[in-house]
Design a protein around this ligand. Structure first.
Ligand SMILES: Nc1ncnc2c1ncn2[C@@H]1O[C@H](COP(=O)(O)OP(=O)(O)O)[C@@H](O)[C@H]1O
Ligand SMILES: [Mg+2]
Length: 362
């Protein structure tokens, strides 16, 4: 019996639809997998959980859950997304990494927080120039610019500023947040793309200038196939470098070039009322397939987390190469399934697994 759990917060529709879909598929496939909401009680260090796979939709808001998930990973639970990586990265680093792998990103600088962090005083900042080279920053970024937290989401504390005065006014409102100042991309088109298991991409035309309930463009014209391929390729490249299993990437097209605007959304919106029926159906199906694949491929007592090329190349002391993860997986067969370039349905995976079991038995 393989158990898949989902950990969630205030979401209304996705978790229940996911559980129902996994269980329906498992039944149709006649496989020994069940899904259910995760139930947490006493959490003891190093104690294995009954879950082989957990989909995490909420630990960004609940630090206790993040620690619980790391503990689960220590006993081999495949946690989606990897809670260690998610604790480590943030938007500024992610942008920096993109500059190394050839993904276009808006020019961006990071700024020290406006207010001192707790338990620090002026002496804690003797390594920091004061005042900063604002002229240099402004001439690099230009105006209008976006001013937004280096970690966060849901458009919280995101400002569009048109001049230094507006920037400093906004800066004075941001307290201890660490903020980035970023070139505005004046885009002709904008897309939000789900990316699952670093193999399945779903491109959604998105109009961020519309009111919230009208942002997912429901009846737009079809996307030109060449453009679609370009978007898919860049989304895969981003997620393979970072190592996210479940993410959305926002891409803004300027002069036909896709700029990555926001690609650190590891618990992305999947609410039916927000994304609409077609997108909801895709994400429920793809997430269920991913969870089943990961359950089928779960290796008892081993580490079942996945990582991105950046971490693999660091661990192997390799240059920052695209495909570092793949190379490493070829050497040691770790998490084979999540790196399969060809998108396999959960059904195909289960069939392959059954066949391999039969061969082993024979
Ligand atoms: N550099 C930028 N150029 C153009 N639009 C931007 C830029 N940065 C942010 N935006 C707009 O602001 C919105 C919110 O910013 P985003 O970086 O996605 O923050 P969050 O993680 O809070 O969603 C984006 O969806 C986009 O519409
Ligand atoms: Mg966003």
């Amino acid at each position: 019996m393989k158990k898949i759990g989902i950990l969630f917060g205030q979401e209304k529709t996705f978790p229940a639809a996911f559980v129902e879909r996994v269980n329906k598929k498992a039944k149709e496939m006649n496989t020994d997998i069940i899904a259910e909401p995760v139930m947490i009680d006493k959490v003891v260090q190093g104690e294995p959980l009954k879950y082989h796979v957990i989909i995490d939709r909420i630990s960004q808001d609940v630090p206790f859950y993040r620690a619980f998930l790391k503990n689960a990973a220590s006993s081999g639970t495949a946690v989606i997304n990897n809670p260690f990586w998610w604790s480590a990265d943030e938007k500024f680093f992610n942008n920096a990494l993109m500059t190394k792998i050839g993904v276009p990103v808006p020019k961006t600088v990071i700024l020290p927080s406006n207010q001192l962090p707790p338990d620090t005083n002026q002496n804690s900042f003797r390594n920091l120039s004061f005042p900063l080279d604002w002229e240099g920053i402004f001439s690099y970024i230009g105006f209008p610019a976006y001013f937004k937290p280096h970690a966060g989401g849901g458009w919280k504390s995101v400002y569009k500023v048109s001049n230094p005065e507006e920037l400093f006014k906004a800066y004075n409102e941001t307290e201890q947040l660490v903020m980035m100042l970023q070139e505005e991309i004046k885009f002709e088109e904008y897309f939000r793309c789900y990316c699952l298991d670093r193999q399945d991409v779903w491109v959604m035309p998105y109009e961020p200038r519309n009111p919230h309930h009208l942002r997912y463009v429901k009846d737009g014209p079809p996307i030109d196939p060449a453009k679609h391929k370009m978007l898919v390729d860049v989304v895969l490249k981003i997620n393979r470098a970072l190592g996210y299993d479940f993410n959305t990437v926002e891409l803004a097209l300027r002069d036909g070039i896709p700029y990555a605007i926001d690609f650190c959304n590891p618990a992305p919106d999947a609410e039916l009322a927000s994304v609409g029926e077609v997108n909801f159906e895709w994400i429920v199906e793809a997430a269920s397939n991913m969870a089943i694949r990961r359950a089928v491929n779960h290796r008892e007592g081993l580490n079942n987390l996945t990582w991105g090329d950046f971490v693999y190349s660091s661990a192997n002391n390799d240059p920052l190469l695209e495909g570092a993860y793949d190379e490493s997986v070829k050497k040691k067969p770790v998490n084979k399934i999540s790196r399969s370039r060809k998108s396999k349905s959960a059904d195909e995976t289960v069939k392959a697994e059954k066949k391999s079991k039969k061969t082993k038995a024979a």
